[in-house]
Design a protein around this ligand. Structure first.
Ligand code: NAG
Ligand code: NAG
Ligand code: NAG
Length: 418
C-alpha cells in the first residue's frame, strides 16, 4: 500500500489523492459494492447514525434516565454484519444478536450509496418476529430462507428467547410464507441453536414445494435437514462434521483463532445426475462430499467415507459456493484473508487450490460468500477484532465486495480440468 501511495504522490503530489487511491485501486478483481466504518439504520423514516437509547417515535416524550445496556435500542459498535444475500437490486444484510442494542437482525440495502443505512426487512414491525439471523439464502423459487436461532449470545447472558426456527419469505410479495420450529430432537444441548449459522436450499425450480434445506450446526457439530413438503426436520451425525484440533490456531484479522467450530458451510453441485453436498468444518483443512439422497433419507451416515482430500496448512475455510457452469468452487479462506478457487473435477489438495484474491485489510475475515450468476460476492467483517475488542470504529470495518468469476479465475489452474 505504501508503494501505491508513493507512486501516486509522485504523479499527483497530493495527500488526498494518495489516500483515495488506497480505496480505489484499479484492476482489482474484487470491487467494493458497500463499505461501512459502522452500521447505521433507517427505521420508519428516521435515520440512526449513532447509538440511540430509544426508538424514535414522532411526538413521543423521552425521559432522561440511566438505561441498562440491555434496554438500549441501538448500540452502534455492537452491530456487526455477518451474513448477506443478493436478490436483484436488494442486498440483505444480517446482524445476529451477539450483544445488546441491535435494532433489527434481518435488513436490506439497495445499490447506490457506498455506506447505506440498513432497513429492517420487510419492515420494522414484521422484523421484530425474528430474533437472530446469520447467513440467509435465496432459492431459485424467489424465496428467502433463514434460520432464526432465537438465541441471545451476549457473553454472561446467553439465553434462548424463542425456539430456533426456519423462516421463509416470498421475495415477490415481501411476506413471510412459512415458519418451521425445529424439532427439539435436532438440538443436542442448549448450545446447539446458536450454531445454526447457515442454510443451503436444495430445490428444483419446477418443484418449489418439494424443497430440502441443509443447516450447519457448528456449535454441537452436526447437520440438520429439513423437508418443506413434510414440514419435518431431523439431525445427522458424522465424524466429518466435527472440527479437527490439529487445524486450530490459524490467524485471522491479526488474532490467533482457537475456536472449535465444526460444520460451517454446505454447497451443492450436480455430478453425474446426482446432487452432492460439499462441506467442511471451519476448523479443518479437509473437504467432504455426500450425495444429498443420503441426507434426504435420513442416514445413518456411519458407513460413508465422504473425505475428498486435505489441502494442508492455512486452508481453513468458512463459507463456500459453486459456479455451476465452470464447476469451480470458491472458498472464503479465513486463514489467509483470501478467496480460493478449486475445480471440482480435480482432486482436493493444496496443489489444485489457488488464491484468486487476497487482502489482509479488507478481507481480514470473510464471513459470508456466495456465487450469484457469474459473480462471486462476499461480506468481510473483521469479526476477530470485534470478539477481542480491537476494532477501530474510525476505520472501514465492513465490506460487501463482488468480482466476476471470469476475472477471478483468469490464468489460474482452476480453469483447467484434468
Ligand atoms: C455521531 O457520530 C458522529 C460521527 O461518528 C460524531 O461526530 C458525533 O459526535 C456523534 N454524535 C453523537 C450525539 O454521539
Ligand atoms: C445451558 O445448560 C447449562 C448446564 O447444562 C447451564 O449452566 C446454562 O446456564 C444453560 N445455558 C442456557 C443459555 O440456557
Ligand atoms: C493451539 O493453541 C493451544 C493453546 O496455546 C495449544 O494448547 C494447542 O496445542 C495448539 N494447537 C495446535 C494444533 O497448534
Amino acid at each position: 500500500m505504501i508503494k501505491i501511495c508513493s507512486l501516486n504522490l509522485l504523479l499527483f503530489v497530493t495527500i488526498g489523492i494518495c489516500k483515495y487511491s488506497v480505496y480505489a485501486r484499479k484492476h482489482e478483481k474484487l470491487k467494493e459494492v458497500f463499505s461501512w466504518k459502522q452500521i447505521g439504520y433507517k427505521i420508519n423514516g428516521y435515520s440512526y447514525r449513532n447509538s440511540s437509547d430509544y426508538e424514535y417515535k414522532p411526538h413521543a416524550v423521552y425521559f432522561e434516565e440511566d438505561l441498562e445496556e440491555r434496554e438500549r435500542f441501538f448500540i452502534q459498535p455492537n452491530n456487526v454484519p455477518i451474513g448477506f444475500e443478493v436478490y436483484n437490486e436488494k442486498i440483505f444484510v444480517t446482524v445476529p444478536r451477539r450483544r445488546y442494542g441491535i435494532p433489527s437482525t434481518l435488513n436490506y440495502v439497495t445499490r447506490g450509496e457506498k455506506s447505506p443505512y440498513l432497513k429492517p426487512y420487510p419492515d420494522m414491525m414484521r422484523s421484530r418476529h425474528l430474533f437472530s439471523v446469520y447467513r440467509p439464502r435465496v432459492d431459485v423459487c424467489d424465496r428467502l430462507w433463514m434460520v432464526d436461532t432465537g438465541h441471545l449470545e451476549v457473553p454472561n447472558d446467553r439465553r434462548q428467547i424463542q425456539p430456533p426456527s426456519i423462516v421463509i419469505f416470498d421475495l415477490k410479495t415481501d411476506t413471510q410464507i412459512h415458519k418451521h420450529v425445529l424439532d427439539p430432537s435436532v438440538l443436542v444441548s442448549n448450545r446447539t441453536s446458536a450454531g445454526l449459522t447457515s442454510i443451503t436450499v436444495d430445490v428444483d425450480p419446477h418443484k418449489c414445494d418439494d424443497a430440502y434445506a441443509y443447516i450447519n450446526d457448528l456449535a454441537t457439530e452436526g447437520l440438520v435437514v429439513y423437508s418443506l413438503k413434510e414440514d419435518r426436520s431431523w439431525r445427522l451425525e458424522h465424524p466429518s462434521f466435527r472440527h479437527n484440533d490439529a487445524a486450530m490456531n490459524f490467524t485471522a484479522a491479526g488474532h490467533v483463532i482457537n475456536w472449535r467450530d465444526g460444520l460451517f458451510s454446505v454447497a451443492l453441485a450436480r455430478r453425474l445426475g446426482n446432487t452432492l453436498a460439499y462441506y467442511h468444518p471451519l476448523v479443518s483443512t479437509q473437504e467432504f462430499a455426500i450425495s444429498t439422497n443420503k441426507l434426504k433419507t435420513g442416514g445413518p451416515l456411519d458407513e460413508l467415507n465422504p473425505a475428498l482430500g486435505d489441502a494442508g496448512p492455512n486452508t481453513q475455510r468458512g463459507s463456500h459456493d459453486i459456479h455451476s457452469p465452470t464447476n469451480i468452487m470458491f472458498f472464503a479462506n479465513v486463514a489467509q484473508a483470501a478467496v480460493m478457487c478449486w475445480n471440482i473435477n480435480t482432486a482436493y489438495n493444496g496443489n489444485n487450490l489457488q488464491i484468486v484474491a487476497q487482502d489482509t485489510n479488507r478481507l481480514g475475515y470473510i464471513s459470508d460468500l456466495k456465487v450469484r450468476g457469474d459473480d462471486v460476492w462476499l461480506l468481510a467483517n473483521q469479526i476477530p477484532k470485534f470478539v477481542y475488542n480491537t476494532q477501530n470504529i474510525n476505520e472501514y470495518n465492513y465490506f460487501i465486495m463482488r468480482g466476476s468469476v471470469q476475472e477471478l479465475i483468469a490464468g489460474t489452474k482452476c480453469l483447467q480440468p484434468i
